[in-house]
Design a protein around this ligand. Structure first.
Ligand code: MAN
Length: 348
């Protein structure tokens, strides 16, 4: 099936071997799901770097940060009866869930939006504290005035929630704590206040009644969020039947706030779609694509750490051109252009 994406011929833009691991004994397994922003005339990616430990026959390793912020490796024999290792991303050991990799966030910049390099003195962001023991992931970057708001997934044995940090210069970071408690992720703050309030999209999960749906919340200070509304649900039988989650900050268009989101089905196949919210009252959804706007089709999207996945949480807008940066097969960073008009024309 042809989708609306014009993939960069240079894809994948970043492969795990392109960066150096953060410490001895660690191996970069995936580079994925970058936050994207403009700063000092350059395009920057805040890439999720997922690290693990080199495989050894008959053994599985899983990393976690200890109280001093260093990575500790837990080692379990593969034939241990208390081990359930059926998903490449998550394992269960003695009834508790662990990640097979631990992620931090690394800054890379580019002049042309295609070739990215790590600056000499780059400030990588690592998980800190007991709520980020299993790392930080999938950061959305929103700019309001001269402040950048970083909303990311904070993972620990206490659950998966949304952490916030702010910065003005990408050197000093102000911690905002966990703004949305477990289970919650995929949080993107709007780049403008509406009627004096901050707004964000987020994705709480409800295991029993309900599901993995996209919600809206508002705040007067960007720290305390309330007045939650459920906006976008999964659709039985469609490509987004199992879970949906917001991408980066909504894009202001004349017709409304346009949001690119990911959806997955029961087979964990990740595609992208779009929906539109009213400009003055984003709790009103005024359109949604029935078909995906992007479907995994290329070899680097179909096979990798977690195949059949395209996932975005960062983009650049230039007139009608939307450039998304996305994680392909949970292993590579790629880029694709879209026409905003073409996406708007697909809305029902
Ligand atoms: C899911 C996947 C993983 C991620 C965990 C925790 O299992 O998205 O990549 O590490 O959630 O967020």
């Amino acid at each position: 099936m042809r989708d609306l994406a014009q993939r960069f011929p240079e894809n994948p833009l970043l492969l795990p071997k392109d960066l150096v691991p953060s410490g001895p004994g660690l191996q970069i397994i995936s580079l994925l799901n970058p936050g994207v922003f403009r700063y000092q005339e350059k395009i920057w990616l805040l890439v999720r770097v997922a690290e693990g430990v080199a495989e050894k026959e008959g053994v599985i390793f899983f990393p976690a940060l200890n109280a001093t912020g260093n990575t500790e490796i837990i080692e379990v024999p593969l034939n241990d009866p208390d081990l359930i290792a059926t998903d490449a991303r998550v394992i269960n050991y003695k009834g508790l869930d662990y990640l097979t990799t631990i992620s931090h966030l690394r800054l890379l910049f580019s002049e042309d939006g295609i070739h990215f390099t790590e600056p000499q003195s780059s400030a990588s962001l690592f998980g800190a504290g007991y709520l980020e023991r299993f790392g930080i992931e999938d950061c959305r970057v929103t700019r309001i005035d001269d402040t950048y708001y970083l909303t990311y997934t904070a993972v620990s044995d206490s659950g998966v929630g949304v952490g916030l940090q702010t910065t003005k210069d990408w050197q000093h970071f102000e911690p905002g704590g966990m703004i949305l408690p477990p289970h919650n992720k995929d949080c993107a703050i709007f780049e403008e206040k509406i009627n004096g309030k901050y707004f964000c999209l987020h994705r709480p999960s409800s295991k029993e009644i309900g599901g993995n749906y996209i919600w809206l919340a508002e705040s007067s200070d960007s720290r305390q969020w309330g007045n939650h509304h459920c906006l976008i649900k999964t659709r039985p039988g469609l490509w987004d039947s199992a879970r949906v989650g917001a991408g980066a900050a909504p894009i202001r268009t004349a017709q409304g706030w346009l949001e690119i989101y990911h959806g997955a089905n029961e087979q964990h196949q990740y595609c992208l779609g779009a929906f539109l919210m009213d400009l003055d009252d984003p709790s009103k959804v005024i359109g949604r694509t029935t078909e995906p706007i992007m479907v995994p089709t290329e070899p680097y999207e179909l096979s990798g750490f977690f195949g059949y996945a395209v996932f975005t949480n960062g983009h650049i807008v230039n007139g009608d051109q939307l450039t998304i940066y996305y994680g392909a097969a949970d292993e590579f960073v790629c880029g694709a252009h879209f026409s905003i008009t073409e996406i708007l024309n697909q809305l029902n």
